[in-house]
Design a protein around this ligand. Structure first.
Ligand SMILES: [Zn+2]
Length: 109
């Protein structure tokens, strides 16, 4: 076996391993994002109508320009969470600024 052949084998092996590692890391990152999106969809599907009926709302706010909008509360959302909605003015991701309920106080007792 000549040295050149050995060298090429080692280099190609190293490149293969590095590519495999990059693939694994990227895969893991995408898997997390995909599973997060899937669980959110499932939650919305299973509890969405209930949450909408309950009278809870959340205020989404753009951290860059202060744009805000109110939407029905979605299960799993919390104050400070960065949601998938983008600001119509500058495309910045909106943050859950506040969550409140419009239900009458008697219903809580
Ligand atoms: Zn904005």
């Amino acid at each position: 076996m000549s040295f050149e052949y050995y060298y090429i084998t080692v280099v190609s092996l190293v490149i293969f391993v590095v590519a495999l590692l990059i693939g694994l890391i990227m895969n893991n990152r995408y898997y997390k994002a995909i599973s997060e999106a899937l669980t959110q969809v499932k939650e919305v599907e299973s509890r969405g109508p209930l949450a909408t009926m309950s009278g809870d709302f959340e205020v989404l706010m753009c951290p860059r320009c202060g744009y805000s909008k109110t939407i029905p509360y979605r299960v799993g959302d919390y104050v400070g969470k960065v949601v998938d909605e983008a600001c119509p003015n500058d495309g910045e991701k909106l943050i859950v600024h506040a969550i409140y309920s419009s239900r009458p106080a008697e219903q809580y007792s």
